[in-house]
Design a binder for this molecule. Sequence first.
Ligand code: PMP
Ligand code: GLN
Length: 389
Amino acid sequence: LSSRLQGFGTTVFAEMSALAVATGSINLGQGFPDYPGPPEVLEVARSAIGTAHDQYPPGPGIPELRTAVAEHVHRFGGHAHDPDTEVLVTAGATEALTAALLALLEPGDEVVLFEPMYDSYAAGIAMAGGVARPVPLRPPPSGTGPWTFDPAELRAAVTPRARLLLLNTPHNPTGKVFTRAELGTLAALAMEHELLVLADEVYEHLVFTGARHASLSTVPGMRERTLVVGSAGKTFNVTGWKVGWICGPAPLVSAVRTAKQFLTYVNGGPFQPAVAAGLRLPDEYFAGIARDLEHRRDVLVEGLTAAGLPVVCPEATYFATVDVRPVQPDGDGLAFCRALPERAGVVAVPTVVFYSSEHAHLGRHLVRFAFCKGDAVLAEAVDRLGGMG
Ligand code: PMP
Ligand code: GLN
């Protein structure tokens, strides 16, 4: 393994999904739904197989999908984008993020971001020769309320080498939705220090009552410095399709396209027209997935609470975070997760894996459970957790 990738090993998601299979446990670790996507979207993919869509699509993505991405972004409160120069189809959000980091960072450039953070960020930054400058989000002290950051800690993380701000909202793993006021603080900082912004908004539609997602790109002055990343996986329950996109000003998208050309060149042939159809579904579809998931959240949060695990109730995404200390006296979330298959027949992910070593102590006692599972599976998981030894 090269020095750039030292310490990255196997992703925790692969490890925990393998543990679930090996122990026959319910997998509430890796975030993927166990229910299908909208039938009309699946049907478009089925009928695209066996046609010209099986061959290399155009490098930036098929025009129909780029147009659908631009219309979708605009419909849900984002800017208008030129589908030809300002939209790029990628192999999931993961490729969009990594290609953007490779395209925009010089070796030694710093990326300011919050942690806990999605695990591909640190690896993508390392592959690009960049340096992560993580700023901690802290859970609400009483267990209810939002995760917050300290603006002074944020400012201190911005050095003269800072090049990029990477913001994930709605946020994995905490379920936090950054508020308008927080976005204002971040925008002011980005403009003052001339930072580019990479906005990971893959959970844009999975937002619950009381919270509202807004893109950092929509704060005045931010459009020209921000790239927004989305994914079909989360919105259409097709995480295996790996179709994502990135939108923003033409010079930035062009840079990302240069990197993408030599990572995968193109991806997702027959899935591209299907995702285009999905993005054109009526507003009711998008509202419906949030309502449906909110119900699943309530079931899991109630079950975890009843099992003696205090929960920080998520405002969005399909993840809930618990404090294991009441049932794990040493407060070790990793040990809790390793023992959970035996104790309860359930798999979860220790939140500590989403932190850099510098701040790992802040997440040691936290564990993430996914709730994007069918009613029977969730009910069974809650039942098992309630009987935890
Ligand atoms: N960003 C975040 C915050 C995620 O949670 C995920 C998927 N779990 C991704 C990016 C990657 O998305 P994709 O599967 O489309 O590559
Ligand atoms: N994004 C999903 C999660 O956070 C899974 C991603 C993955 O397996 N790489 O669990």
